[in-house]
Design a protein around this ligand. Structure first.
Ligand SMILES: [Zn+2]
Ligand SMILES: [Zn+2]
Length: 824
């Protein structure tokens, strides 16, 4: 017996389907690995460590694969050593190669299987055959040549070495000087082939038949045991073989997973005989179940589609994945319950996510035999047939009232009642400065968890339109995986309005928890711009990032026609260095030369000129007086930044630390900031870990705010171990303890020691401090209000069950792993 469980159905924050087929030993995944899929696996208690194979369906773009780099890194952290990725085109090698500056894991092997049409892979339990379909009309494409593909495969291998040779000076750091990292991938086009699969379970040997044994006069007892072990026996001088006493072989019907990205693929899909052609003479060739993974423009009510469904016979079950026929239910229920509790304390600081329990259209109205794909759905495949069990899908459904009654009312927080929470947020007329809005879209570090997503902060800068209204421009400070999903849930249909405001995306460094969400943001920004009225369009999007990230954007944009790379105004973080000198970028190695064995590891560096014209354009368009950066104390090519907005209405200085040990240089460039956003990964007692992993503790972040005389401070980027509230107790005693601790390793004078920020005198000034939670929307003028409810935060989280047990294990493992992602 086999089961297939639905992990993701299309919703606004995870747009692509993913199902898991379980055998007794392993799991095979079918569908897409969209951003947010990994976090959904945690929420749905599905263990990715069982994954043997990911059979990727459809055509590939960032929507379909954006969750894969994060998932690979997490699986590497948890000690998994082998993952098979199967797809119908070698474009997958190109895609993975584009991640070479930020995805690197030692000890895990990624096997990329490019499956030609009708190719079959098999294991102990099943055959999986691929079926290629193609669009009716296609544009001209630049395919990968064999030579290119071989070189790309070598790059992928380099990213996931089982072992790093002792003489390889780049071990553990893919962004360093390896020629494979410092090449530029060739110009290509995305593949048009869509991949679908036929799953043919192997017929299983029949079970031991007592009736047959009795008919052969075999006495029950040890002889039965011998036969079940496959040994022959002798009764009354007659040899009896094990095959003589087994019941008929158990056979299972086929399961088909068909992916139709657009209507252009329909005729190729309908004409294919691949769904029915025999794979194995021993097995049952009839199809019992078809999963239909459909793009939004595919019409299942068309005559030809209904004919396609009928071609599988009257007894076949059909499950439809389509945004119109699947409900936009909440994926991250645990985080949603936390948000509701927090909103009952500070109702204007949170917005309830947009969701719906029911699909836009009921698939049963198309044909009563159809089912819609829904998370928690479970299909059982046994010799008796295929059954769909929807009992657990009820877990997807809720109303705010029931959630409030179950989780909030009993806490007796004495703040806002249900009615007040559901009402629209109050708005207060305020100065432009107080209207600056900070949205902490994600506040966790390293990997997503149930309660905190990885990092991203949106800052909305107001300009007054008239006496009662402001217009906004926004900047995004880092964007971890599924940042776009968070925006979708916050704003629903209004999202294009907010995306149009976005002018600048800033990336502090190349760790995956800071940027795996950027590609979707760029893509959706272009989509919204292209569909906006002329007067609302912005000419370009500014991206300030470490230099090698820009190469990734360039390479990936070749796969996504919606992204116009020439309209991205890129400026390197180095161009804003104020105190230190810029480092040279590694020289680019020609792709064609990569196979040359005489290539050296150490490459020359090139100092590029500042993008002065572009910087002036950025300042002018965003109302900036100055951007300053300094090198963060974290990893190579990591930065902290200060943005000084200056106009007639607003003089506002924002400092953002990125990931860093406390840094006196940063205090210097960020002096007199209005707002400091500082990472506070760990509690003070884990100072040793903070030094080892190059992060800051809570007291260190607060002392940094004091040193720079910041007026307000937001703490964020918490280790996922603090899914509740960390110990916020801090003050002079903690500062003194840390000062002593940090001075232990230093010889000589303790005064003004750059490694010990506590050796610098900081004035004691009033500081408004806010501890960030996911999806908080805080107006600058109201940031101080959290203080009044801080004693109730522990009540809010005190009743939750402990975080899922897999997390501490992952953290322990990761400490030993060499890789590019920070480990807390
Ligand atoms: Zn980080
Ligand atoms: Zn980092």
């Amino acid at each position: 017996m086999y089961t297939i469980r639905t992990v993701c159905h299309p919703t606004s924050d995870i747009t692509e389907p993913l199902i898991v087929l379980n055998t007794e030993a392993t799991s095979h995944y079918f569908g897409k690995c969209a951003e947010g899929a990994q976090r959904n696996l945690i929420e749905k208690s599905v263990r990715p460590s069982r994954m043997k194979n990911l059979f990727i369906t459809g055509i590939l773009d960032w929507n379909g694969i954006g969750g894969l780099p994060g998932l690979i890194l997490t699986m590497g952290d948890t000690g998994k050593t082998n993952i098979d990725l199967s797809f119908g085109s070698s474009i997958l090698n190109y895609m993975i190669s584009t991640w070479r500056a930020f995805v690197f894991r030692q000890g895990i092997t990624i096997n990329v299987n490019t499956m030609p049409d009708a190719a079959v892979r098999d294991d102990k339990y099943m055959f999986v055959k691929i079926v290629h379909t193609v669009p009716a009309k296609d544009c001209e494409r630049k395919p990968l040549t064999k030579r290119m593909n071989d070189t790309l495969a070598a790059i992928v291998q380099r990213m996931f070495p089982l072992d790093v040779p002792a003489n390889d000076p780049t071990a553990g750091d893919p962004a360093a000087t390896s020629p494979l990292t410092n090449t530029e991938l060739p110009e290509i086009s995305n593949s048009a082939v869509s991949s679908s699969y036929v799953i043919q379970f192997k017929s299983a040997r029949g079970k031991f038949s007592i009736q047959k044994a009795k008919a052969l006069n075999i006495p029950p007892g040890p002889l039965f045991a011998k036969l079940t072990k496959g040994e022959s026996i002798e009764v009354n001088g007659v040899t009896i073989m094990p095959d003589q006493v087994v019941a008929e072989a158990r056979k299972f019907q086929r399961v088909v997973v068909v992916d139709i990205p657009t209507p252009a693929y329909l005729s190729s899909t309908i004409q294919s005989t691949g769904w029915f052609d025999p794979i194995d003479p021993e097995s049952d060739n009839s199809v019992g179940l078809v999963y239909h993974f459909l793009g939004k423009d595919v019409d299942i009510t068309s005559k030809e589609y209904l004919r396609f469904i009928k071609s599988f016979g009257n007894h076949c079950t059909h499950i439809i994945s389509h945004p119109v026929y699947c409900p936009n239910t909440i994926n991250f229920k645990s985080a949603t319950i936390s948000l509701l509790k927090l909103k009952s304390l500070q109702k204007d600081f949170f917005k309830l996510p947009v969701y719906s329990n029911d699909p836009l259209r009921d698939v049963k109205h198309v044909d009563n035999a159809l089912e819609s794909l829904v998370a928690y759905q479970e299909v059982t495949i046994s010799p008796d047939g295929i059954t769909v069990n929807n009992t657990d899908t009820e877990k997807n459904r809720f109303t705010w009232s029931t959630l409030y009654d179950e989780h909030v009312a009993s806490l007796s927080l004495g703040c806002f009642n249900e009615e007040e929470i559901l009402a629209a947020p109050a708005s207060f007329p305020a100065s432009a400065r107080d209207e600056v809005e900070i949205v902490t879209l994600g506040t966790g570090s390293a990997m997503p968890s149930k309660y905190r997503n990885v990092l991203s902060t949106l800052v909305r800068i107001p300009t007054k339109v008239d006496a009662a209204e402001y217009a906004y421009q926004s900047i995004l400070l880092d964007a971890g995986e599924n940042t776009y999903g968070a925006l979708c849930r916050n704003h629903g249909d209004d999202l294009p309005f907010y995306l149009r405001e976005l002018r600048l995306v800033y990336l502090s460094h190349l760790h995956a928890d800071h940027h795996l969400g950027i590609m979707t943001i760029i893509k959706e920004w272009f989509r919204v711009q292209n569909s906006s009225p002329e007067q609302q369009r912005h000419g370009s999007l500014f991206v300030v990032c470490p230099w090698s990230y820009n190469r990734f954007v360039k390479e990936w944009s070749r796969l996504e026609p919606v992204i116009d790379f020439l309209k991205i105004d890129y400026v390197s973080c180095q161009d804003f260095l104020t105190i230190e000198d810029a480092d040279g970028e590694y020289a680019t190695v020609m792709f064609d030369e990569l196979t040359d064995p005489s290539l050296k590891y150490v490459l020359p560096t090139v100092l590029r000129p500042r993008a002065e014209t572009r910087i002036q354009k950025l300042y002018a368009e965003l109302g900036l007086r100055l951007i300053s950066t300094c090198k963060a104390i974290h990893c190579k090519w990591a930065y902290s930044i200060v943005l000084h907005f200056h106009s007639e209405q607003l003089d506002f200085k924002i400092a953002y630390s990125g990931d860093t040990r406390p840094n006196i240089m940063f205090a210097e460039i960020a002096h007199d900031s209005d707002l400091l956003l500082h990472e506070a990964t760990l509690e003070d007692e884990l100072i040793e870990d903070a030094i080892y992993k190059r992060h800051s503790t809570i007291s260190e972040a607060i002392y940094m705010a004091r040193l720079m005389r910041a007026k307000k401070l937001i703490l964020t980027h918490f280790s996922q171990r603090y899914w509740k509230v960390p110990d916020l107790n801090t003050g002079e005693t903690n500062f003194a303890k840390l000062k002593d601790y940090l001075s232990q390793d230093c010889s000589g004078s303790q005064e003004n020691n750059p490694g010990n920020i506590f050796s610098y005198h900081a004035p004691t000034v009033a500081l408004d401090l806010l501890y960030a939670f996911d999806n908080m929307m805080i107006k600058y003028g109201r940031l101080h209000e959290q203080r009044a409810i801080s004693d109730k935060l522990s009540i809010v989280f005190g009743t939750e069950e402990e975080n899922d047990a897999s997390l501490p294990k992952a953290e322990c493992q990761s400490r030993k792993t060499k890789g590019t992602r920070e480990i807390l």
